[in-house]
Design a binder for this molecule. Structure first.
Ligand SMILES: *Cc1c(COP(=O)(O)O)cnc(C)c1O
Length: 338
């Protein structure tokens, strides 16, 4: 595919090979200078750490064309910081923050043609990732690592209007107490595939995971944090050490409090209080925030509304999306111009 004949509005969320990706290698205790390459394949030992013991972590962020034609990324410094935390937990050498940001800049600049225009609803998704590269057969961290960022154009999330999701309370666990739920490790996704396939087969869009230890409190879904709205308009998000700290969720909570003037709470949310909320949304880079229409808890249905976004979630969505598109003034430091 060439960027020139892309119909931006018909793009989905899938991989499209773009022209350039960034690669840096870690060897003998240091990172090389890094480079852009056109080669989208990787050759490595059959015994590479990533292949045998899943030593890998990743990030996800987007580049957009704003209203006034600028190319921007949304808070990439937080992706850089989160990846450093993921690396620490997986005994991987982190790429320093400034180098991460420079790699983002290089990949976006090199793939300018692939950045969807303002108003298309599409964007250029960036996938930074790192993995253990050299051979390990005994269980131990690799000695050599590769860091990459590739870019792929992705379509508008709400094609043909918003479809509120139907989700279930999962019987599977996502994150063990004191485990790796708070970092963006590939292994968290590998072990969620069984649960998401099972959910889809049974007609659910997603799994909501309660805390693994007590199954009393709400945590998050397989790939998105959760926001609730109470009857009196307070925006609530679960608090737990095993939730992945979503940049979108942190930004939405800031928007709720400081731009929309709403009351916000980050606290433990019990499974048995779900029916007390009036709106619910799943938040992450892909969709900003997707409304949950219905939660099914073992046959008991909690319905928030299958017609579209509730008023508070709609306001949160419009404001954050407006900030990303350059239509609403951004809090300082949120927009990173390429
Ligand atoms: C990536 C991710 C999110 C969303 O994070 P954003 O920074 O908002 O994209 C939420 N939950 C999990 C488990 C994730 O891996």
């Amino acid at each position: 595919m060439s960027a020139k004949n892309i119909d931006w509005s018909s793009l989905g969320f899938g991989y499209v090979k773009t022209d350039w990706r960034y690669v840096a290698n870690y060897k003998d205790g240091k990172w090389d200078e890094g480079t852009l390459t056109q080669d989208n394949t990787i050759t490595m030992s059959e015994c590479a750490g990533v292949l045998q013991y899943a030593q890998t972590c990743f990030e996800g962020l987007k580049a957009y064309t704003t209203k006034d034609g600028k190319i921007v990324c949304f808070r990439p410094d937080l992706n850089a910081e989160r990846m450093i935390e993921s690396c620490e937990r997986l005994i991987m050498p982190a790429l320093p923050k400034e180098r991460f940001l420079e790699a983002v800049r290089q990949v976006v600049s090199a793939n300018k043609e692939w950045i969807p225009p303002y108003g298309s609803g599409a964007s250029l998704y960036l996938r930074p990732f790192m993995f253990g590269y050299d051979s390990v057969i005994g269980v131990k961290p690799a000695n050599e690592y590769q860091f990459r960022i590739f870019a792929t154009p992705v379509g508008p999330y709400f094609k043909g209007g918003v479809r509120p999701l139907t989700v279930r309370i999962s019987d599977f666990d996502r994150a063990a107490p004191r485990g790796t739920g708070h970092v963006k490790a590939g292994l968290n996704y590998a072990m969620s595939l069984y649960a998401i396939t099972d959910a889809h087969e049974k007609g659910f869009d997603e799994n909501i995971y309660p805390d693994s230890a007590t199954r009393t409190y709400i945590e998050e879904t397989g790939g998105a944090n959760i926001i609730f709205v109470t009857k009196d308009g307070t925006v609530v998000t679960p608090k737990s050490d095993t939730i992945l700290p979503s940049i979108t969720r942190r930004s939405l909570m800031y928007v709720a409090e400081h731009i929309l003037g709403l009351k916000v709470e980050q606290r433990k949310v019990r499974v048995d209080e779900l029916a007390d909320f009036v709106e619910c949304g799943l938040c992450g880079t892909a969709a900003v925030i997707s409304p949950v229409g219905k939660i099914v808890d073992h046959g008991k249905e909690i319905v928030y509304g299958m017609e579209g976004m509730g008023p508070v979630i709609q306001k949160l969505y419009n404001t954050l999306r407006g900030i990303q598109m350059g239509e609403v003034e951004a809090p300082e430091g949120w927009i990173y111009e390429i």
